[in-house]
Design a binder for this molecule. Sequence first.
Ligand SMILES: C[S@@+](CC[C@H](N)C(=O)[O-])C[C@H]1O[C@@H](n2cnc3c(N)ncnc32)[C@H](O)[C@@H]1O
Length: 239
Amino acid sequence: MRARLERIYTFITGHEPPRPGRSEYKRVWTSLARKEREAKRWVQGTTDDETLDRTAASDLERFKRHLTFDADSDVLEIGCGVGRLGKVFAPCCRTWTGCDVSPNMLKHAQRRLAQFQNVRFVELSGYDLSPIPDNSLDVVYCTVVFMHLSEWDRYNYIVEARRVLKPGGQVYVDNMSLTTETGWQFFESARAIPPQSRPPMVGQTSTPQEFEAYFDRAGFTTRRIDIVDDAWVVGWGVK
Ligand SMILES: C[S@@+](CC[C@H](N)C(=O)[O-])C[C@H]1O[C@@H](n2cnc3c(N)ncnc32)[C@H](O)[C@@H]1O
């Protein structure tokens, strides 16, 4: 249907239809996640469930170097995709809330996590956590998402995370760091794409200084910014 409309647009105007902008997260990620196989590929570059489970288990260990949580914790993920991490978090916490801008991602996640009674799914606008009440969570984390967001929207999620955390609650965010060798290769691979052809979700790096500014401005007086595995910048803070 969309392809047909695009052909009609080109026929009438003589131009290619406008490409979605970087901030049109809902439009972009809803269309990327129509089929579960495509959604999985966009989440982790694989359609293989065993690989998704294995990477989730190793990511959980990485998070545990920063975050503390237990069977009484209420945990929320921003940009949960197909629920790759929900599958390993749900058995270790009281409730796990998977939030995403893409209703299609949430549909796949819901099916994949159907065996858990303590999970719920929330569709976001792409710019805030407005459906989530203040002071309601112990942990908010966001992984492999900031690279797809504009800086303002990254910061907004840190401000929002602080709002929804209970006093003493913790936030964890990450991105590829421009200051690392892996991050630089990541930067170069996007630079190699001709500017007019760069897709709206193309990955963009962060720096430790960027994260420091966000955490400080958002009011996290207890925070740590680390470089991990010579690739990632990780920001962790306590409300
Ligand atoms: C690369 S996937 C990572 C998924 C998941 N965090 C994981 O590691 O398995 C990026 C996810 O972020 C979601 N996303 C993109 N922009 C978003 C936004 N503005 N707000 C919330 N989610 C967003 C996408 O729909 C997608 O599910």
